[in-house]
Design a protein around this ligand. Structure first.
Ligand code: TYD
Length: 427
């Protein structure tokens, strides 16, 4: 039997309240209305805009029309991208594709806007057909669902599902003669969906995967790491990158080295304890490798196998740069020590925040308490920087080198663009 699934967009694949609320606020401010409070803003999700401006903000017809224009002015440029793909949606779409499903979208949001949103998040490659209202008239959900179906398919002989978060989706599916799945993670309640008569109810994205693709092997996830000298601004960039990865619907596992799991965190305490001044360099390198061996097996590999995206704050490159370069154990020796720990599990991409060690040191000067490693003196950092440079020369494909002297925002944008491109390429 041929298999087809049609998704609703807002509340099912993506959540758009951030953009909607920002645009409502913008329109209110532009027309001199007080800023709407949170309960008022929440009411704007779902109904037609003009209706909401009249009903919830007390505008007359003419003012509501102006508000809709102001809203669109911002929405069409920025608002539509202030959107998030629900976590796990990419894995759902990949699994469906892998299992031979035809994927369509039927949305109440204008066709052109929806296409831009879907393309922006790199979901267009999964979708055969997207059907939304063209021009300004509101289309019936039944027609939209029919429009997204593959030509010549028939609910009597083919397995066809509509997946949505509101009763309109379920009613549309019934009208179009196809089965429906109501999802509980969007804007509608279980009660609403069941009352509307959904064929099946799935509280989570995982439930949709299990229901439509039982027993399917999850598509492989990805492994990313971020590196840089102490003071390169890694903490800030890590936070920004985590938000971007999550926003795009990848399932993020954030972790760090040394550490990331209980055994490795215990080793971290020993390694970074500034009272351990007599720690031998070889001991240190082996402890880092031991912590890594546990981390790779207990956290990193299982997450990749489950389809998640692992973002690791430092990985084996830190050992090569710090122990190999900084502590002068030599690049090859540190690689040899780490071979059984890493055992072939290398990042798909490694962000390197490029800053010279002097600038990095000046940035760190504000920090009150420096740990043992950071107390090792300036020449240590000179050699560590050289270690990183050598690694990048050897593996330019894997490294994403970013100028870390720019503003955090500029760096964040560049990192996000490049990392997302790699992640989507690997999908
Ligand atoms: P951390 O608190 O993570 O510092 P940062 O915020 O700069 O990453 O401490 C990690 C320290 O450990 C850092 O100085 C780099 C060092 N390190 C190594 O020397 N070798 C390694 O293999 C790893 C993972 C870290």
């Amino acid at each position: 039997m041929r298999k087809c699934v049609i998704f609703d967009l807002d509340g099912t694949l993506t959540r758009s309240e951030e953009g909607i609320w920002n645009c409502v606020r913008y329109a209110a401010e532009k027309l001199g209305f007080p800023e709407p409070d949170a309960p008022t803003l929440r009411k704007f999700i779902g109904p037609p805009l003009g209706y909401s401006f009249r009903e919830y903000m007390g505008m007359d017809d003419e003012m509501a029309q102006k508000a809709v224009e102001a809203y669109r002015e911002r929405y069409n440029v920025t608002g539509l991208f202030e959107n998030r793909v629900f976590p796990g949606i990419r894995r759902l779409l990949r699994t469906l594709k892998q299992e031979g499903w035809y994927i369509g979208i039927a949305t109440g949001k204008p066709q052109r806007t929806s296409e831009r949103v879907v393309a922006h998040f790199g979901l267009d490659k999964f979708v055969e057909k997207l059907c939304g209202p063209v021009a300004d008239h509101r289309a019936d959900k039944i027609d939209l669902i029919r429009g997204a179906l593959p030509k010549g398919w028939d609910a009597a002989t083919d397995d066809i599902w509509m997946v949505g978060d509101r009763k309109f989706d379920v009613e549309g599916a019934i009208g179009a003669g196809v089965k429906s799945i109501g999802v509980g993670y969007g804007y509608g309640s279980e009660e609403e969906l069941r009352q509307a008569g959904c064929t099946h109810y799935c509280p989570t994205v995982q439930d949709v995967i299990d229901f439509l693709c039982p027993g399917a092997t999850p598509p492989k996830g990805a492994f990313l790491s971020i590196e840089g000298l102490d003071g390169s601004g890694k903490g800030t960039q890590l936070r920004l990158l985590c938000d971007v990865i999550d926003r795009y619907g990848f399932e993020l596992v954030q972790t760090r080295e040394p550490g990331g799991c209980p055994i490795s965190e215990k080793l971290r305490e020993i390694i970074l304890d500034k009272n351990n001044t007599d720690m031998d360099d070889v001991t240190e390198a082996l402890l880092y490798a031991a912590a890594r061996a546990q981390h790779v097996r207990q956290i990193i590999r299982p997450a990749i196998a489950a389809g998640q995206v692992v973002l690791c704050d430092r990985f084996v490159d830190s050992s090569v740069a710090y122990q190999g370069g900084g502590r002068q154990l030599g690049v090859q020796r540190v690689m040899d020590i780490n071979a059984p720990a890493v055992d072939g599990t290398l990042p798909l991409a490694t962000v390197y925040l490029d800053i010279d060690h002097e600038t990095a040191l000046r940035r760190r000067a504000a920090a009150t308490e420096l740990d043992r490693l950071e107390l090792a003196g300036d020449s240590f950092h000179t050699r560590t920087e050289a270690g990183y440079r050598e690694l990048i020369r050897h593996d330019p494909e894997r490294f994403i080198v970013v100028d870390a002297t720019k503003t955090p925002q500029e760096i964040g944008t560049e990192v996000a663009e490049k990392v997302l491109a790699r992640l989507m390429e690997a999908e």
